[in-house]
Ligand binder design. Structure first.
Ligand SMILES: *Cc1c(COP(=O)(O)O)cnc(C)c1O
Length: 714
């Protein structure tokens, strides 16, 4: 097998050879992320050396490499740990040995999987090759495909420096920095060829032959193949192509996209994988279709037939309802990376341009990546019902004369992989009440109906425990965080008392883009302070990164930090630096209310609220993205989703309504307790939220939709 399976096994053997024999099985577990969504999986590694587990950011390979000899000896003698390890290893083996699922009415079979392409994957905090929601969705989809034994292989890029990390200074100003990841020290293996040397593919980009090697990461049953251009054969610029996620230089970014698309298809074929279809998740991978067409021409098809053939094997998911978010470039810039393949196809630069314009004949129009993807795929979808409608309107001009309702873009609403996001107490609760194996039936409303009978006291205990864990974590990290920021000692010390484990906790964590309107939370300073200070106080946990060049978002962050003067605020508002998967898990598990304030209709879907909902959090959001189809009047709270061109008026209205909801509904409901100290009405809302949102926004439902409607053969 030249597809990297043996390379992963060898990497695990190499790691195991340095461990006491009793722990060798842990090395094998380390090289497949399947452990990360099994209850007790992370604890196996943590219990070898808890402090080191924190220091290595939950990277199992580094943990086993760096754990001290005494820690390893202790673990090797811990029979209880060894028993747990054996049990988890057996579960993983059984999972991997299942036969591939049959996927009716699709071309997918074990030998011809779907090839999923994406520029970022958030599989685990220890593999930092993601920036946010798109990556989180991709990671969840891979895990769900593994759970359902759906034949799927994923393709991406290995960014040695990933996305920027965030540090906030005492003035609230964001600073960006990058950290190198050594791929040798994450659970990845470099794929070697028959000669034992790293297998390479190459693509001509920018008049240069660019080489890339391929790493394999195992996500349960799903292989994730990551191209890496940082090889000795390349010049300095080419080596930088896969250095950082979403580089700002346009030419380099296009080279990334071309490497992902063209190189990704070549990599699959180099490994003997012949996918039945390509699923391009967002436009970054769009150029994969060109490579399929090129292959067909090499086999003798004329251009039109080759393009039709590529189209027949490609499906596309768009995630961007913000017009400026749909990337477009001057055609000559695109040609720098795609000239070679366009010439080989006989398309030429102009032929390429026609595929990337909304109006093919308007040569002044720049080349749009989304337009190109729409023209070269046989099915396309947005990621929520509302986003589907927005996308049909946005792209109607590509189908002149077609009524907007008939524009061939449908929707598959996003979902989340519950096993990855559930906190331990909620997981245990649902395991007790939803029946054994419920996760494999998580897309069915029947599965969740067991949630109706969860006793209030049990539900509340799980919620209390998850909030307390969040508060404990924030206290631990806030004192040093504030000191590191250069804050005054008194403010840093206030962090030790910050947040209370029993106080209503509101979370707002997301990209700090202007359209997400974090400003609404603090627009009225006096009322915001009142909320935090009142005799029924709330506490606020915030996190999120501003795009490095988004000065407006950065100024907003700084304004937020101005709020902190005053003891109540210092104790009741926490900003968590460097929002990532680990922080997201902690927040969605612990917060009581999850707030989302996008300016409609600019939220494609949003998924963090779904993660909160499965954990018994309540969603308070504008009726945009997924919430527009999820809210039923009793499973959370909603703000108007109406579009209003007068942004200032809209913000004033929504800000006032947000305050009203919080003070008249959310806060009283949380505090209304019965003789047993239980907030009965609150818990009823939580139960309703779990039972309605759990199935509808599960990754299982999402993957069923993709298999049934998007991957379906014509
Ligand atoms: C889920 C997730 C997101 C997406 O959240 P939205 O609701 O779309 O804002 C972003 N970043 C991380 C780290 C996540 O886990």
């Amino acid at each position: 097998m030249l597809d990297g399976r043996d390379d992963l096994a060898r990497a695990a053997e190499g790691l195991g050879a340095r461990l006491p024999p009793a722990l060798v099985v842990l090395a094998r577990i380390a090289y497949n992320y399947r452990w990360s969504w099994l209850p007790g999986g992370a604890e196996l590694f943590r219990d070898v050396d808890p402090e080191r587990w924190d220091q290595v950011h939950a990277n199992p390979v580094r943990l086993l490499e760096e754990a001290s000899a005494p820690a390893l000896a202790r673990a090797a003698a811990d029979t209880q740990l060894l028993e747990r390890t054996a049990r988890i290893a057996a579960l993983i083996d059984a999972d991997l040995q299942r036969a591939p699922a049959e996927v009716p009415d699709t071309p997918l079979i074990g030998e011809h999987p779907a090839a999923f392409f994406c520029a970022e994957y958030a599989v685990h905090a220890s593999l930092p090759i993601y920036s946010g929601g798109l990556g989180a969705l991709a990671g969840d989809l891979l895990k769900q495909a593994s759970d359902q034994a759906l034949p799927l292989v994923a393709v991406g890029l290995l960014y040695r420096q990933g996305y920027f990390r965030q540090r906030i200074d005492a003035g609230g100003w964001q600073h960006e920095y990058w950290v190198d990841t050594d791929p040798e020290r994450v659970p990845a293996a470099l794929i070697t060829g028959a000669d034992g040397r790293p297998l390479q593919i190459s693509v001509v980009l920018r008049d240069t032959q660019v080489h890339a090697q391929i790493w394999r990461v195992q996500v349960g049953r799903v292989p994730l193949l990551l191209l890496d251009s940082d090889v000795a054969e390349n010049d300095g610029v080419s080596r930088w192509i896969t250095a950082r996620l979403y580089v700002s230089d346009a030419e380099l970014r296009l080279a990334q996209y071309a490497l992902l698309g063209l190189g990704g298809v070549r990599a699959l074929h180099a490994l003997g994988i012949d996918p039945a279809l390509l699923h391009l998740n967002e436009g970054h991978a769009a150029f994969a279709a060109l490579e399929i067409a090129r292959e067909r021409m090499a086999e003798g098809d004329p251009l039109e037939l080759a393009l039709a053939g590529a189209r027949g094997r490609t499906v596309f998911t768009t995630h961007t309802p913000v017009p400026a978010g749909n990337e477009s470039y001057p055609l000559d810039q695109v040609a720098r990376s795609l000239q070679a393949v366009a010439d080989e196809l006989g398309l030429g630069v102009e032929g390429l341009g026609r595929l990337g314009r909304s109006h093919p004949d308007e040569t002044a129009e720049p080349f749009g990546v989304t337009q190109f993807a729409l023209r070269t795929s046989r099915r396309a979808n947005g990621v929520s019902r509302r986003h589907g409608a927005v996308a049909r309107e946005m792209w109607q001009e590509l189908w002149p004369g077609c009524p907007v309702d008939e524009v061939p873009i449908t929707h598959v609403t996003n979902g989340v992989h519950a096993a990855s996001w559930l906190g331990p107490e909620m997981r245990a609760l649902l395991d007790r009440h939803l029946g054994s194996g419920w996760l494999s039936r998580s897309a069915s409303p029947d599965t969740w109906s067991g949630g109706q009978s969860v006793p209030d006291a049990e539900l509340w205990a799980a919620r209390q425990a998850q909030r307390a864990r969040l508060v404990e974590h924030l206290r631990d990290h806030s004192v040093s965080g504030r000191l590191a920021r250069g804050d005054v000692i008194a403010y840093a010390e206030a962090a030790a008392a910050s947040l209370s484990p029993d106080t209503l906790t509101i979370g707002f964590a997301r990209r700090l883009a202007t359209y997400k309107r974090l400003r609404l939370l603090i627009a009225d300073r006096e009322r915001a302070r009142e909320l935090l200070r009142g005799d029924r106080p709330v506490q606020l946990v915030l996190a999120g990164k501003a795009h490095p060049r988004d000065e407006e978002a950065k100024r907003l962050l700084a304004e937020l930090f101005e709020l902190k003067s005053g003891r109540e605020v210092a104790e009741r508002v926490v900003f968590l630096d460097d929002y990532d998967l680990g922080a997201a898990a902690l927040l969605v598990q612990g917060c009581d209310v999850w707030v989302n304030l996008p300016r409609p209709p600019l939220e494609a879907s949003g998924t963090s609220g779904m993660k909160s909902a499965v954990n018994g959090g309540l969603h308070l959001s504008v009726l945009d993205g997924w919430w527009a189809e999820a809210y039923d009047g009793r499973n959370g709270w909603a703000l108007s989703g109406d579009v209003d061109p007068d942004h200032a008026a809209q913000d004033a209205r929504d800000g006032a309504e947000l305050q009203r909801l919080l003070t008249e509904e959310v806060i009283p409901s949380f505090h209304e307790r019965d003789g047993d100290g239980l907030p009965r009405a609150w818990l009823e809302r939580v139960r309703r939220s779990l039972c309605t949102l759990g199935p509808a926004f599960s990754a299982g439902r999402m993957l069923d939709d993709y298999a049934g409607r998007i991957y379906r053969a014509d």
